[in-house]
Design a protein around this ligand. Sequence first.
Ligand code: C2O
Ligand code: CU
Ligand code: CU
Length: 503
Amino acid sequence: MTSGVPFSRRAMLTAGAAALSTGLLGCSLRRRPLLDTVGAVPFDKPLHIPPLAASTLNRGARVFDLELRSGQTALVAGGTADTWGINGTFLGPTVRVARGETIRMNVHNALPEVTSLHWHGMHLPPSADGGPRQPIEPGTSWSPEWKVEQEAATLWYHPHPHGRTEQHVYRGLAGLLLVDDDYAAALPLPARYGVDDIPLIVQDKTFADDGSLIEGERTDAGLLGTTVLVNGTVGPVLTLTAERTRLRILNGSTARSYAFGFDDDRAFVVIAGDGGLLDAPLELRRVLVSPGERVEIVVTAAPSDLVALRSFPHDLGVSDRAAVDAGARDELDVLLLRASPVLEPSPQLPSHLAAEREEADSQPTAHRSFTLRNDRINGLTMDATRVDFDVAVNTSEIWEIENTDNAPHNFHVHGVQFQVLDIAGRPPAPELAGPKDTVYTPPDQPVRIAVRFTDHADPQVPLMYHCHLLQHEDRGMMGQFVVLAPGQQRVPLPPVVGGDHDH
Ligand code: C2O
Ligand code: CU
Ligand code: CU
């Protein structure tokens, strides 16, 4: 299966067909070629496991020091790339925090330009959110502090400077942010970081022959790469040492969705989505993960198994042309799992996972609708000085999001985890049933979510909602809202100092 042959016959054929159509039709009418890397990825490098970020205790807070820097990284053979990273030159350490503790993030910007650092999926005060309204000027630091008040989950962090998020993430700024809690820690789930609990940051990038990072194919969906990296490793191999291994998968790509599965079609068990555990383990053979989403799966291996994690062609609900342009027809080898000849026994998965949660409020205080079209939401493009609406603290709302484009979009809300109520009037797929902060919105299939704003009212600092295909977000497919306590009023927002880019 892993022939080590650099190009498969199929990849050669599609490349040839693409060259031919370029010649015949000229560049502007050229269709994006399909990408097929099945059998063509020489899996020969051990998967890099991001180190756990160090922390210190200071006046009751757990403190993390995160420095955003530029540097050079040898990602592929042939040379090095100019990359950005956190406490390193590419990607960042895994930040691990516990429910109930107060944390402080000392973020220092040693990059040559303004950026920000956003805690995607965190429930926190808006001023700590790290969105486009909390820019960090070069050479300066930003130190938000908050109490972790949410259940165990796989979250992540990445920059959010308006108009520049795609570029900053593509260059390497991203890391995982894991929340632990006592309840989840007591479940018999694989939980030894880097041993049987493995983070997988999946990204696609394009490299020049000299090893430098180049912006790849740009379509209406965004920036698509031709090489898949996992935790920054090209051609990654993960050695399995236990019968069951938990994979915490983050789609950290700028535009590409993945439909993950295994090359031998074995089933795996989904245990968690963006914001926490599912009620019960869910056996699947494919799982769709759009940009920004996370999924945790448990895979069972037999001794000496050799099995590849693959992304299969999938249905985004868009036309064939748009699907090709979004990479949804591509078939990509992602990661080789190589099981040791002797595997440690793992406990059986529990039949029930999540603790009791509050049901969605049957008396929502507001209904809102959001139309996603043409890089806009409800016809408007992001304006950092505009607040689109306010919500009352400690109330629930129902939001209906409809993608009316023939293009893939998803929808992400800052500061909360929401519940997907239905999609086109039908219950969501069971893997979407847990807490979510990002949801794929297929065209013409309205997605209804229940959102609850429990606390953290702040009339001065808005939270964002946006499409997480980063080209769309950067082009302005984003809006802002504020959470108000009784008696509070919206206040006019000043422009973002140093953080607004025109492009
Ligand atoms: Cu992951 Cu507003 O972003
Ligand atoms: Cu976010
Ligand atoms: Cu979009």
